[in-house]
Design a binder for this molecule. Structure first.
Ligand code: NAD
Ligand code: DAU
Length: 390
């Protein structure tokens, strides 16, 4: 068992779910949430755990070597779960330097400090672990149709095996060659290489996971799902990039947090595990599901009688869909094969997408104060800069 774990980026979207899970599940383990609190970090994401005796927050930049070295030495840290990053592709296209600094230099800083501290101990790397959270985007992009011409997504309901067979095995696996396209994914790929290099060169006990798109509560509304839920609520245009035909594989964030727990404790050292939902959706279809779910929740659905006398439901907010200029270098399709994780460690997603999206929409509608707080101030400038004249 670990005695003191640092979770970096714990005030962000996925990090806050990981912190909550670990603080509640491991009361005898001291959990340190290390976060710089950038625009994406928000301690309001963790109100329910802030008073727990095994929880501590430390405001720190992962690029600050001296501060991090002192922290892990003072607190005798034996586990590090590294999520802190600049995470938004569109921001990386406008400002790649920040991504190289945080994602590459920040990760290297943590690795080097952990190496020096752990190697100074009599037991060295025994009982230690450095777990790096990465993304499926490092693998590049898949085709929108399989070799037989069947368009993706194959099916959102098929079991992982049947979906895998039917799609012609065109999924990212752990051995897929890295081929990142955006400054974000290039920076994450570089950080993954540094983590593996620290295992291969110094014997550091590392593990890396590459996960697909997450959704759920506490996601900053620069990402598709929370941004669109908020815009539908306020009847603002929904800026769909290009035709909206790009495909993503969506996983409920608590399922990702559970996978991180399983892999941190039981994953093999130096291994890579892919984590995904076997749940592919075209963007435009996700947008329609979001409109239907929000309109139902807000009682906006209209009943219309067709010429044949049939009564049908219509969703007035479908009119908000606005096709805008595509993202530069927009990856066509991501799809993860997570069968290694299922086979070796018994993890699989627990939620069907329909249930997850309903929970997610309900959470954002019920937590308008959270949304109002994160969309005040700089967010308006960000929105203008990213979307006006697009
Ligand atoms: P996020 O943007 O919501 O949160 C990032 C957190 O890191 C914030 O709390 C921020 O304050 C903190 N941070 C940023 N720079 C820092 C620095 N220099 N020092 C200390 N803290 C800093 O990100 P997220 O969506 O929760 O993603 C978390 C991790 O998971 C990232 O590494 C990301 O690449 C990876 N990932 C995300 C997804 C996804 O769908 N969101 C999928 C796969 C992998
Ligand atoms: O695949 C994992 C990755 O998923 C993570 O590594 C990233 O941190 C995370 O941000 C996410 O990246 P995406 O670029 O896929 O997520 P985003 O929510 O930004 O966009 C999802 C899709 O929706 C993508 O095809 C672009 C499109 N989109 C997005 C926004 C914000 C739009 O059409 N309009 C929008 O306004």
């Amino acid at each position: 068992m670990f005695s003191t774990i640092v979770i970096t980026g714990g005030a962000g979207f996925i990090g806050s779910h990981v912190v909550r899970l670990f603080v509640n599940k491991y009361p005898n383990c001291h959990i340190i949430n290390l976060d710089k609190l950038t625009y994406a970090g928000n301690l309001a994401n963790l109100k329910d755990v802030e008073g727990k005796p095994n929880y501590e927050f430390v405001k720190m930049d992962i690029c600050d070597f001296d501060a991090f070295y002192k922290l892990i030495q003072d607190k005798k840290v034996d586990g590090i779960i590294h999520l802190a990053a600049e995470s938004h592709v569109d921001r990386s296209i406008k400002d790649p330097f920040t991504f190289a600094r945080t994602n590459v230099m920040g990760t290297l800083t943590l690795l080097q400090a952990a190496k020096l501290y752990w190697e100074s101990l009599p037991e060295k790397y025994e009982g230690k672990r450095f777990y790096h959270i990465s993304t499926d985007e490092v693998y590049g992009a898949l085709q929108l149709t399989n070799p037989e011409g069947v368009p993706a997504p194959f099916s959102t309901k098929a079991s992982s095996e049947s979906q895998h067979e039917a799609y012609g095995k065109d999924f990212f696996v752990e051995t897929t060659k890295y081929n990142p396209h955006s400054p974000y994914s290039a920076s994450k790929a570089s950080s993954d290489h540094f983590v593996r290099a620290f295992h291969d060169t110094y014997g550091m006990p590392t593990v890396v996971t590459n996960c697909s798109n997450n959704y759920g509560p506490y996601q900053f509304p620069e990402k598709l799902i929370p941004l669109f839920i908020n815009n539908i609520r306020h009847r603002k245009p929904l800026p769909v990039y290009g035709e909206g035909l790009n495909v993503r594989d969506w996983l409920y964030v608590e399922d990702h947090a559970r996978a991180i727990d399983t892999i941190f404790h039981n994953g093999k050292i130096a291994e890579t595990y892919n984590i995904g939902g076997f749940n592919e959706w075209k963007n435009i279809d996700i947008v329609k599901v979001l409109i239907q779910t929000v309109d139902k929740a807000l009682d906006r659905v209209k009943l219309e009688t067709t010429e044949t006398g049939e009564t049908i439901e219509t969703y007035p907010d479908m009119d908000l869909i606005t096709h805008v200029t595509d993202r530069l270098g927009h990856d066509a399709r991501y799809a993860i094969d997570s069968r290694k994780l299922q086979r070796e460690l018994g993890w699989e997603p627990s939620l069907q997408f329909e249930e997850g999206i309903e929970k997610t929409v309900k959470w954002y509608l019920d937590n308008q104060e959270w949304m109002d707080n994160v969309t005040s101030g700089d967010y308006q400038k960000y929105y203008e800069n990213m979307y006006s004249n697009r």
